[in-house]
Ligand binder design. Structure first.
Ligand code: CUA
Length: 329
């Protein structure tokens, strides 16, 4: 029962803003608790007063005159103006203080982001701008960052307004068409944190998740080095056949696999899809069964998404194709 309640409120999950693991989220959490406790106290006092009024001895004007012929002007002045003014002013100032302590985005001019995140219906494109242009790489729905290091992120949109939100790391920031936004995030603990689009953006808004992997600097460097490489060369016969299936199908029109002729850029880059934990913006776990299911029935999992149901493959081709995709680590 308790676990159900906790789960409902996402108190324990990897997406709980009540368990901050980043600098920004920690500040927001402190402010959140202050607001919550203040409002609890105010509500408690109000209920005490309401109870007092209800239980007070009553009479009629026939048997006793009103205590206060002016009708409680003081109550109206203090309860209706002075107390709310003080409470709201204090919260407002604390809110401004929290905002001012966030590391500002776009500190450099022109801004020099480490990562560019592009919101799409309904997935996240993640471009790493690290080192020379030849080292840039693009991935999807999974952001890796080193812990204890401030990371500059530029937020763009490919279509409509989305909102980038990893509750345990920082607050929300919108991705707006034609208007770059910036956010600086820092993770305090190694871990995997779930993020979610926080602005309604169409049918599959709820299935627009992402994972943020905060890792040690050395693990991060290893990951980056792996991602910068072109795709793995298929070794097993299944994977080799799967590469041909992939390259001769419509997949290549939308998806890119660096090192092959597949050069589509309107859908997630698949160069290292085998290394990712999830599929379809954290809708499915990344395993063989889910890959096959996603390729053949994407419209059942995310109705309205740009990925069509691909029904042209026979069983053998499908097995070969997934073998190929899985070895793209
Ligand atoms: Cu993207 Cu909601």
């Amino acid at each position: 029962m308790i676990s159900t309640v906790l789960l409902f409120f996402q108190v324990t999950g990897s997406q709980s803003m009540l368990r901050p693991a980043g600098q920004g989220a920690a500040r927001i959490s402190v402010l959140g608790w202050i607001v919550f406790i203040t409002l609890l106290v105010v509500a408690f006092i109000m209920w005490i007063i309401v109870a007092w009024i209800g239980l007070r001895r009553r009479g009629s004007f026939d048997i006793k005159p009103p205590y206060d012929p002016q009708g409680g002007q003081d109550w109206i002045l203090s309860g209706g103006f002075i107390v709310p003014f003080i409470v709201l002013t204090v919260l407002f100032v604390l809110g401004l203080d929290t905002l001012s302590k966030f590391p500002m985005g776009a500190a450099a001019d022109p801004p020099n982001p480490d990562i560019v995140v592009v919101g799409h219906q309904w997935w996240w494109e993640i471009r790493y701008h690290d080192g020379p242009v030849s080292d840039y790489f693009t991935t999807a729905n999974e952001i890796h960052i080193p812990v204890h290091r401030m990371v500059n992120i530029e937020l763009l949109s490919g279509d409509v307004i989305h909102s980038f939100w990893i509750p345990r790391i920082h607050g929300k920031e919108d991705t707006i068409p034609g208007q770059p936004n910036y956010i600086r995030i820092e993770a305090n603990k190694v871990g995997i944190y779930r993020g979610q689009c926080a602005e309604f953006c169409g049918d599959q808004h709820a299935h627009m998740g992402m994972l943020l992997v905060a890792q040690t600097q050395s693990d991060y460097d290893k990951w980056v080095a792996g991602q910068q490489l072109p795709c793995a060369t298929p070794i097993t016969p299944d994977a080799q056949a799967g590469e041909q299936v992939f390259l001769h199908a419509a997949c290549v029109l939308c998806h890119r696999v660096r090192g092959t002729l597949a050069g589509g850029t309107v859908a997630p880059d698949l160069t290292h899809i085998g290394s990712r934990m999830s599929l379809a913006a954290d809708t499915l776990t990344n395993d063989k069964a889910s890959l096959e299911a996603w390729i053949t029935h994407a419209q059942s999992f995310k109705p309205g998404c740009q990925m069509p149901d691909i029904t042209q493959f026979n069983g053998v081709q499908l097995r070969q194709l997934t073998a190929y995709l899985q070895q793209l680590k």
